[in-house]
Design a protein around this ligand. Structure first.
Ligand SMILES: Nc1ncnc2c1ncn2[C@@H]1O[C@H](COP(=O)(O)OP(=O)(O)OP(=O)(O)O)[C@@H](O)[C@H]1O
Ligand SMILES: [Mg+2]
Length: 415
């Protein structure tokens, strides 16, 4: 029997590499059929600091996924690093026809103009997403073809990254024996957003923050499309480092302590102020005793700092780009810290929810955790936005339309 087509996503995170495979089945469904996870310590703050360790983690995650019987060849890969930044660009053209009816050619010209983003030396454009059109100042136009007007404008979001960072990721994936799809490098913030944001949130204006071990990836959606993204090298790893330094314990011990007893601040202790915690000292021969309140106070200081950064991004987006942020959606492992949504709600003054990935079709239970939002989003991106193979496009009509719900308009709009 002929093999069915598959697509693979790779999330190279600071704590782990995740490989997930979807299969395009004959009955029109798109199912996640395999997952492999391997811990990774080859990155710091999103940047590659140990290529060999990263390659090994990729190979191990892929071979775990391949135990399912599926083979991995090409992959969609998430990119996250402090050097990723976004630009909001606009293009304007005069409508060319004498009858002032906007044609496809006018649209192509204005999209071309909106993609003229100033790229600093050493950087490259990772992705451009058109956000919408305006005709004679009338904004919010989805498809201006056949409308009458003099001036056609287009807005676009562009994500930029340093070439060196992208090349490091390409090299590590290549050394692991894999090829990246053309247009298969995707900002992790955009991927996670695809997996956790609802259509209503994207329409109203929303901020998504994926708080992992080494980075916090932030994206702002407004009027249905991504408009802004940033990454900061702050995540659960810094919380563990702060706790390790404060109590002279190892980082591994601190990570375990945060997982077991961590809180986003002492106000969430709920009667456990005096609870005594005992852990091993860094030398391993002495027991260290601390109260749960002391632990919460150390964690809170760093969360305040992260909250300040998120607030700055929110204000920048509001002031410079006039974006509406009606709420905040948190995902990523560290978003699960007890009290995190309440704490950020207090700091940001906007409603906050914590989300696990929502997959358009059937999401296996083993992926239903905020730590898998990026990999699930990469699959959604791959299925809905990458050019389809000849075999698959013949059958497109058969595939479940539910897949496309998350990123419907994207299919023809990206790039
Ligand atoms: N239930 C939990 N409560 C608190 N923190 C948690 C929980 N589960 C995981 N974490 C923390 O989440 C972090 C790992 O998150 P995640 O798996 O999203 O990171 P990553 O994707 O590997 O890294 P990054 O995206 O930063 O490159 C670690 O700091 C871990 O301690
Ligand atoms: Mg991550």
């Amino acid at each position: 029997m002929a093999k069915l087509e598959t697509l693979t996503a790779l999330d190279i995170g600071t704590s782990k590499v995740v490989c997930a495979i979807v299969e395009f089945s004959r009955d029109g469904e798109v199912d996640i059929v395999a997952k492999g996870v391997h811990h990774c310590r080859g990155l710091s703050g999103g940047a590659l600091i140990d290529c060999a360790a990263t390659v090994e983690a990729i190979e191990r995650a892929v071979s775990e996924a391949e135990k399912s019987g599926y083979t991995v060849g090409n992959v969609v890969v998430g990119v996250s690093s402090e050097n990723l930044t976004s630009r909001y660009s606009q293009g304007t053209v005069a409508v060319s026809g004498l009858d002032q009816e906007i044609t496809k050619e006018d649209i192509n010209r204005v999209l071309g103009a909106s993609r003229q983003v100033g790229v600093p030396a050493g950087s490259e454009i990772l992705m451009v997403v058109p956000r919408g059109f305006a005709v004679d100042g009338q904004r919010g136009i989805v498809n201006p073809e056949s409308l009458i007007g003099n001036r056609l404008e287009a807005e676009a979001y562009a994500c930029l990254a340093t070439s060196a960072h992208l090349q490091n990721i390409r090299n590590a994936v290549g050394k692991a024996g894999l090829d990246i799809y053309d247009k298969g490098l995707v900002p992790a913030a955009l991927a996670s957003s695809l997996a956790v944001l609802t259509e209503e949130e994207k329409a109203l204006g929303v901020m998504m923050v994926d708080i992992g071990l080494g980075t916090s990836d932030l994206a702002i959606y407004s009027e249905n499309e991504i408009a802004y993204s940033r990454v900061c090298a702050m995540g659960g790893g810094l919380l563990a480092l702060d706790v390790a330094k404060s109590f002279n314990i190892s980082q591994a011990e601190a990570e375990g302590l945060i997982l077991e007893e961590g809180l986003a601040g002492p106000q969430y202790l709920q009667g456990q102020e005096g609870k005594q915690l005992t852990v091993q000292s860094v030398s391993g021969d002495v027991k260290v005793t601390l109260t749960k309140r002391e632990l919460a106070e150390v964690i809170e200081a760093r969360i305040d700092e992260l909250g300040e950064w998120i607030k700055e991004q929110m204000e920048t987006a509001r002031e410079r780009l006039d974006l509406n942020v009606s709420g905040v959606v948190l995902t990523g492992g560290a978003s699960q810290l007890l009290g995190m949504p309440q704490k950020l709600h207090a700091l940001l003054g906007a409603p906050v929810r914590v989300a696990a990935p929502c997959y358009p079709a059937r999401l296996p239970q083993s992926l239903a955790s905020p730590i898998y939002s990026t990999v699930v989003g990469l699959l959604i991106y791959g299925v809905t936005c990458l050019p389809q193979s000849e075999e698959r496009s013949k059958k497109t009509g058969n595939y479940s339309m539910s897949w496309v719900q998350c990123a419907a308009e994207w299919l023809n709009k990206v790039f």
